[in-house]
Ligand binder design. Structure first.
Ligand code: HEM
Length: 328
């Protein structure tokens, strides 16, 4: 149990950390992060169930019981989403509740760790053997690997998931692609007659009207993968960013700003991989999808795909000079 007392905080921290990484990583690395998160989450589910199964709890064990219940609930929600494709319960997004409970587990874990520094365990030796962290994670990988095999063999909803845990919604059908907002961002009221895009380079600055941009015909097929748990692959039409930002000399990053004040900063080298879309699936963008102009950022999660773009600016700051996740 001493090993678990030391390992549990590490397992919980790792589960929470990999959870946020699943959010952050849109590239192929995402699959490895998700498997690691799944193994840690399943290990905590087994560990917490064993601890809870021990029974015989005194009052002093309240934090331990609370932690076990929080971890079990968090993991069951994660697995329900991953295996059965349960996206909402009682009208509330399962992933959102999962994350909230995951963060709550972290708080309870700190309470447990502080209260538990010197106390003896309530779990008997046979269960103790099972709770060895490495054994637990190894067992969890076996369990989760086995269930994933079943998910695919039986074509359960989870077999449609992407490497980020997201489900397909509206691929090649823009009309049924969800319109989700990040945190407190709101759809602005934009009249394209008054709207322009301003591009500020290191030495030059230029504004573009909607008509000028809508006349440009670059196109890429890219997958928008939203952290709320859906993804859609579309053919996007518009203009490649490096056509509008010819000169990046001396710049280290480029900032893409929305009419709402929402923004993301990209490494300057990304200028060749980004596109500003005015159309999707051959149709003008809908307002909820970012009309008149939306950023297409392949291999990045949806919160990087800035909507309602009004400004691009080349700056001398490193790309990571921003909060990991937008705060508005
Ligand atoms: C103690 C904390 C946490 C535990 C025990 C936990 C556990 C789990 C488990 C067991 C799964 C199912 C994965 C699978 O089998 O494929 C899961 C999925 C997931 N978790 Fe967590 N998680 C925790 C915290 C978080 C946090 C803080 C976040 C995000 C910020 C997060 C994001 C996700 C996502 C996006 C999925 C993917 C869902 C899917 O594959 O369908 N988790 N989690």
């Amino acid at each position: 149990m001493a090993r678990l007392r030391t390992a549990l905080p590490v397992l919980v921290l790792a589960a929470v950390g990999t959870g946020w990484l699943v959010f952050a990583v849109g590239s192929a690395w995402g699959a490895l992060v998700l498997v690691t998160h799944a193994a840690l989450g399943t290990a905590l589910l087994v560990g917490a169930t064993v601890v809870l199964g021990a029974g015989r709890f005194e009052r002093s064990a309240v934090p331990q019981v609370a932690l076990a219940v929080a971890l079990i609930t968090t993991s069951i929600l994660g697995l329900a989403h991953a295996i059965a494709g349960v996206e909402s319960i009682g009208g509330r997004a399962v992933l959102v509740t999962h994350i909230e409970l995951g963060m709550l587990s972290l708080v309870i874990m700190i309470w447990w760790a502080l209260r538990n520094r010197s106390r003896e365990s309530v779990v008997d030796s046979s269960r103790r053997a099972l709770l060895h962290p490495a054994r637990l994670v190894g067992l969890a990988l076996l369990i989760r690997g086995g269930t994933e095999g079943l998910v695919r063999a039986l074509s359960l909803p989870g077999s449609e998931r992407r490497r980020t845990g997201s489900y397909p919604r509206g691929s090649f059908d823009p009309g049924s692609m969800p319109m989700t907002m990040w945190l407190r961002d709101e759809r602005p009221d934009i009249d394209v007659a008054d709207w322009t895009l301003t591009v500020r380079g290191p030495t030059t600055s230029r504004s573009w009207t909607y008509e000028e941009l809508a006349a440009l015909n670059d196109g890429i097929r890219a997958t928008l993968d939203c952290t709320s748990g859906w993804f859609a692959t579309q053919d996007w039409g518009g203009v490649l960013l490096d056509r509008l930002v010819p000169d990046t000399e001396g710049g280290r990053s480029l900032v893409v700003r929305s009419a709402t004040g929402y923004q993301r900063r990209f490494p300057i080298d990304d200028v060749g991989h980004l596109m500003l879309a005015t159309r999707v699936g051959g149709e003008p963008l809908r307002s909820g999808h970012g009309h008149p102009l939306r950023l297409v950022a392949p291999n990045r999660r949806g919160f990087w795909w800035v909507k309602w773009v009004v400004e691009i600016e080349i700056e001398d700051r490193p790309w990571w000079w921003q909060s990991p996740f937008p705060l508005r």
